[in-house]
Every structure is written in C-alpha cells, then in structure tokens.
Design a protein around this ligand. Structure first.
Ligand code: NAD
Length: 380
C-alpha cells in the first residue's frame, strides 16, 4: 500500500490544472511508495477556488496561503502562482517544514533564488522546480544519447522558443492572465518565461554556460495596465537573443520572442557533435531527429525516431509501442520522479539549487543586454 502524501495547491490557473492532472494520474501508471492526496486548493478568489477544487477533487479550500502552511495535514506545497510570489511562499513553506514543488522560473532574479535555495537547504525539505520539458521522453532520450557519448565532443547548441500572442498594442499588461507582461509580477519577459526552459534543458544536456552576450527588445513600449487602468511603461523584454560559450567549449545560440507571427510554442533545440547531431521540436514532441556520421555512407541520413517504444524513457509505463503521449505526461513523469526521490532519499532534479543556475544565466542575459557587453555567468 502506498502512503498518502497530502498536497496543497497554491494557484488554480494553467499550471494548477497541469499539476493536478499529474497528481491524479501518477499512481495509475507508476508503482510508487507514496500517493498524492489533493488536500487543499488555495486561491485569493474563494468562489473560483471552490469551483477548481470541485472540478479537480480537492478536499478543502483556503484563500490565504499562510493558513495553508499552518495546516498540519499538508505535507507538500505546490507553488503555481506568478513569479513575484514564489520566493515569499517557498521560504515560508520551508520554515514550516513542507516539501516544496515550485513553478519556474525559480525567482524574480538570482539574488532572490539564492535565498530560496538557502531556505530549503537549511530546512532540509525535498524541493524541485517544474522545468517539465526534461521529462518529455524524446528530450530524456537526447540526454541518454549524449551521456552515452554518441555525439562525441559537442560543438554547437542552438535553441529557440517562439510565440506570437503579444503583438497587438491593444493587449493590456498586468492582472489575471496578463501578469506575464507586467515586469513587477514576472521579473522579466521572454527571458524568464520562455528562454528559461531552453536554458534549463541546455544546462542539463550540455553543462554550464560560462559567458554570453545578449540583446533584448521591447517592441511595444507602453500598454494599459489592468490593475491601475493607466497607460504605463512596459518593463519586460518582448524578445531576447544571446550567444555564448559553454564550459565544455561548445557555442551557444539562443533566441526567444513573443513576436514570431505564426508560432504558438515553437521550442526547438539542435545539438551538433563530432560524430552525431540531434534535433527536437516541441510541436512534434514524441520524435527525436538523429544523424550519425558513423552510419554506412549509402544509408546515412537523418533518422526520425518515434520515441514510443517500451525501452524508451518513461514509455514502458504507458501504452503499446507506436502510441504516443503528450505535453501533460511530462508533469506526470516529474511527479513520479519526485516521489521516487522522496522514497529513496535521493532528490529528483532540478532542485532549487539546479534552477538557480538557470536564474543566473537569465540575470546574465538581462545584464548583458542592458550594458551591451559580454558577461561571465555568475558561478561559472
Ligand atoms: N512549467 C511550465 O511549462 C510552465 C507553463 C506555464 C506557467 N508556468 C509558471 O507557472 C506559474 C503560474 O503560471 P500560470 O500560467 O499557471 O498562471 P495563471 O495566470 O494561469 O495562474 C496563476 C494563478 O495564481 C493565482 N494567484 C496569483 N497571485 C496569487 C497570490 N498572491 N496568492 C494566491 N494565488 C495567486 C491566480 O489567481 C491564478 O490562479 C508561473 O510562475 C509561470 O511562469 C510554467
């Protein structure tokens, strides 16, 4: 029999739903020592929180996260609120001795992130950040291929994350659904929102970034603010581009924007090594493109590996070979790995400390773009 692990969900938006779905599914597909119990949902609007709790099967609701932390029947706090709330909730949850799962980016900046790392490490509580793309089976397979040395020495890492939903100057900033455009709530624009995903994957697959030079742009300089009703300066970066050098000597080329008309969530990466290359595309997430120069010449070419076989990462837990899974399953895998880590006393990654590395790269991007100079990534 698996042991109950009581979950408190803070926030009931996009990620509140994605995580709740994962808690529901995980024990159906993975054999684990623990079983998440949806104990309490927390949101500032009690009617909306009640509706969410009813739809997703939470046993109770709260409107104040401090009350959630004071509850003895809560083991784990899941932070699914805007970026400017992560640090306060996480440090308080650590003091209260709760396990913490926090949405990305870890914090508004590395300084805040550092305090969060200190809080969870001092309290000794299990912690993890939801950089979920690591656990899409094709991405996990990329990690396996690199770790097996199949690519050899890595020369290039190229990544982009493109969207197109903020092009209209009529779109306001701030408040429900639009906090991502408000620098006071988001900390940054595409850098912390989209590029952070590309960076987390890159650090995991290819090691630390050492130096970089970046440019950012805010195409729409003023927008009406939903909370004040006034037209206000826009403080986020609408687009960010950087090039840099990894510690292993390979070159980095990254781009992110919300102004790429026609693209909704085009996250791609390509890695070129001395023997082989790999390419992955979120729009075709169950495939990994692989080219191996060591193949016999007459049949050498890019292979499109359909990552659905039982011996592919995570896939043995799902259907039969050939049947694919989707975006939401990356969250199920992340919960499964977290619970396994709790059971074995071996933390699943990325921990807060791992996510702080990504935060340091984000800070370096914004600093370089502001100063127009190459910068060394902190700690690299
Ligand atoms: N891992 C991913 O791929 C991914 C995807 C989307 C969002 N995120 C991250 O998840 C977090 C939430 O994003 P989202 O898209 O779910 O946002 P959302 O706007 O859909 O939902 C945010 C929720 O937080 C609530 N909230 C806001 N301030 C609060 C407060 N002070 N106390 C309690 N509740 C509060 C809102 O009412 C809402 O329920 C962000 O940090 C974001 O960067 C991660």
């Amino acid at each position: 029999m698996s042991k109950p692990l009581n979950v408190a969900m803070i926030g009931y938006g996009f990620m509140g739903r994605a995580h709740s779905n994962a808690y529901h599914k995980v024990n159906n597909f993975f054999e684990l020592g623990h079983r998440p119990v949806l104990k309490v949902a927390c949101g500032r609007n009690l009617d909306k929180t009640k509706a969410f709790a009813e739809q997703w099967g939470y046993e109770s609701v709260e409107s104040d996260w401090q009350k959630v932390l004071a509850r003895k029947d809560v083991d784990l706090v899941d932070i699914c609120t805007p970026n400017n709330t992560h640090a306060e909730i996480a440090t308080a949850a650590a003091k209260a001795g709760k396990m913490i799962l926090c949405e990305k980016p870890l914090a508004m900046n590395a300084e805040e992130g550092q305090r969060m790392v200190e809080a969870v490490e001092k309290a000794g509580v299990p912690n993890m950040v939801w950089y979920n793309y690591r656990r899409i089976p094709a991405v996990t397979l990329a990690k396996q291929l690199i770790d097996e040395g199949r690519l050899g020495k890595i020369f290039h890492y190229r990544a982009k994350f493109l969207q197109d939903w903020t092009i209209s100057p009529e779109l306001p900033q701030g408040g429900q659904g639009l906090w991502r455009l408000d620098v006071a709530a988001a900390g940054s624009g595409v850098t912390g929102d989209l590029l952070a995903h590309c960076i987390d994957t890159a650090l995991w697959l290819n090691g630390d970034l050492a130096t970089l030079t970046a440019m950012t742009e805010t195409f729409i300089k003023e927008r009406k603010h939903n909370l004040t009703g006034k037209v206000e300066k826009v403080g986020i970066d609408d687009a960010a581009i950087f090039m840099g050098r990894f510690r292993n000597g390979s070159l980095a080329n990254f781009e992110s924007t919300r102004y790429a008309r026609g693209h909704k969530a085009l996250y791609t990466f390509e890695i070129n090594g001395e023997h082989a290359s790999i390419f992955w595309d979120l729009h075709d997430l169950h495939r990994l493109q692989y080219f191996d120069h060591r193949d016999q010449g007459i049949v050498r070419g890019w292979r499109s590996v359909h990552v659905t076989d039982g011996d592919h990462p995570y896939m043995g837990h799902w259907w039969v070979p050939g049947l694919q899974i989707g975006y939401e399953h990356s969250f199920v895998h992340q919960v499964a790995d977290f619970l396994e880590g709790v059971e074995k006393g071996k933390p699943a990654e990325p921990t807060f400390r791992d996510a702080l590395r990504t935060q340091m790269v984000c800070d370096a991007i914004l600093k370089s773009a502001q100063d127009g100079k190459w910068v060394k990534v902190a700690g690299a």
